[in-house]
Structure formats: structure tokens, C-alpha cells
Design a protein around this ligand. Structure first.
Ligand SMILES: Nc1ncnc2c1ncn2[C@@H]1O[C@H](COP(=O)(O)OP(=O)(O)OP(=O)(O)O)[C@@H](O)[C@H]1O
Ligand SMILES: O=C(O)c1ccc[n+]([C@@H]2O[C@H](COP(=O)([O-])O)[C@@H](O)[C@H]2O)c1
Length: 194
């Protein structure tokens, strides 16, 4: 069995961070024994080109509230700092430089598995890390394409998405129990997603 440190990278738009994300993180840490998990908010996800995300400062504010007090979770702002479209290979190269002796895992929801081969420099990405896939309701069981290596977790499949939360706020519906209480309060106070 490998004794290398296991480090998890969790990239996403987090617009806003919701309980689905937090359960993904929990399942990955428990089932894979990750020592550290970095939440990495994207400046702009490559596969959401037509969608201007909420300003990074607001998404970061919500992430900080959601993760407050969870010491094994960290927020990495490198993609926000780089700006432009956030390609995972650039971020992963940064982690290889910082944690060359660790095993790197990248967390994705099951909705991303079938298009992994379309990610930038996908062969190099597949060489540098393994993927952790968390089931999402409505998505088939993950089958890794080609060269990709990874683990499919049991998780706690939860039918919550950021788009559903944005839509509920626009419609004046409650988002309590879909996001952390402090996140719901901040979304109300700062009048986000109206
Ligand atoms: N409920 C969930 N269960 C499992 N994985 C999830 C869930 N929600 C999000 N993810 C995964 O988390 C990562 C970041 O997701 P993202 O921030 O884009 O949220 P989203 O809910 O998918 O957003 P949107 O509804 O706007 O597409 C992606 O890999 C996505 O598949
Ligand atoms: O690098 C790529 O080509 C690539 C293609 C699609 C998605 N990603 C990353 O995957 C993460 C989840 O994407 P999304 O669209 O669900 O927010 C986010 O950090 C994106 O930058 C990365």
C-alpha cells in the first residue's frame, strides 16, 4: 500500500457553493483518506463559456462561510488570480511543483466523466493525477474513458445543483437546507442571484 500523502483538488464554479459540494468533499476525504483538500474556484470554467459567473469576490465570500471551521479544507485562489479561462492542467502543474511527492486526486461529479478526454492536455492530466468521481442523480455509473485512472465513490448522491439554487433565489423560493445556513444568510443579505 502506498504511504504517499493524498491530496485532493476540488475545482468548480461554486456559484454558489452548496451542500452537494460539501457532501462530495466529505465522501472523498472519508472514502479516500485525503489528508488535505483544496477547493479551487474557477475564474471561468472552460465548458461554461457563455455564462458569466458571479464576481469572484462574492463566490469566495460564500466559500469561506461554508468552509469556516473545517481545518482539513483549504481555499486556493490561484485560478481567480490568473483570471481568464481556468484550465485544470495549469493548476495541476502548480500542485505537482508544490507537492511533487504526494498523490494528487481531482474531484469531479459524475456529469464530467464522459467529457474528460476533451479537457485541455487531457493525456498529460491523466498522467499527473487520478480522478475521484462522486455519483450525481441522473448520471450513469462512471466509466473512465481511455487513459484516465480513478475511483468511483459511493458518496451521498444528492440532487442539488448551483443552477437550481440560482433559479430558486430568482423565483423567491427558499434555499434553506440546500446551502449552509451562513451561505443562505449571506445570499439574502448581499442580494445575490436576484
Ligand atoms: N450534487 C452534486 N453531487 C456530485 N457532484 C457535484 C454535485 N454538485 C456539483 N458537483 C460537482 O462539483 C464540481 C463543481 O461543480 P459546480 O461548482 O459547477 O456546481 P454545479 O452545481 O454543477 O453548477 P451548475 O448547476 O451551475 O452547473 C463539478 O465537478 C460537479 O460535477
Ligand atoms: O481543463 C479543462 O479543460 C476543463 C474542462 C472542464 C472543466 N474543468 C474544470 O472542472 C471544474 C468543474 O467545472 P464546472 O464547469 O462544473 O464548474 C472547474 O474547476 C473547471 O475549471 C476543466
Amino acid at each position: 500500500m502506498s504511504t504517499k500523502k493524498k491530496i485532493g483538488l476540488y475545482g468548480g464554479s461554486f456559484d454558489p457553493v452548496h451542500l452537494g459540494h460539501l457532501l462530495v468533499a466529505q465522501a472523498a476525504c472519508e472514502e479516500m483518506g485525503l489528508e488535505r483538500l483544496f477547493f479551487i474556484p474557477a475564474a471561468q470554467s472552460p465548458f461554461k463559456p457563455g455564462m458569466a459567473p458571479t464576481p469572484a469576490a462574492e463566490r469566495l465570500r460564500l466559500l469561506r462561510l461554508a468552509l469556516a471551521g473545517k481545518s482539513n479544507y483549504e481555499i486556493d485562489e490561484q485560478e481567480i488570480a490568473r483570471g481568464g479561462v481556468s484550465y485544470t492542467i495549469d493548476t495541476v502543474r502548480n500542485y505537482v511543483g508544490r507537492f511533487g511527492d504526494a498523490e494528487l486526486y481531482y474531484l469531479i461529479g459524475a456529469d464530467h466523466v464522459s467529457s474528460l478526454h476533451k479537457w485541455r492536455e487531457s493525456e498529460e492530466l491523466a498522467r499527473l493525477l487520478k480522478f475521484i468521481v462522486i455519483p450525481r442523480p441522473g448520471q450513469p455509473e462512471a466509466v473512465f474513458p481511455g487513459e484516465f485512472r480513478g475511483h468511483s465513490l459511493q458518496g451521498f448522491p444528492l440532487g442539488v445543483s448551483a443552477s437550481q439554487i440560482r433559479e430558486r433565489v430568482r423565483m423567491g423560493l427558499s434555499i434553506d437546507n440546500l446551502v449552509a445556513p451562513a451561505v443562505a444568510e449571506a445570499i439574502r443579505n448581499y442580494k445575490l442571484y436576484l
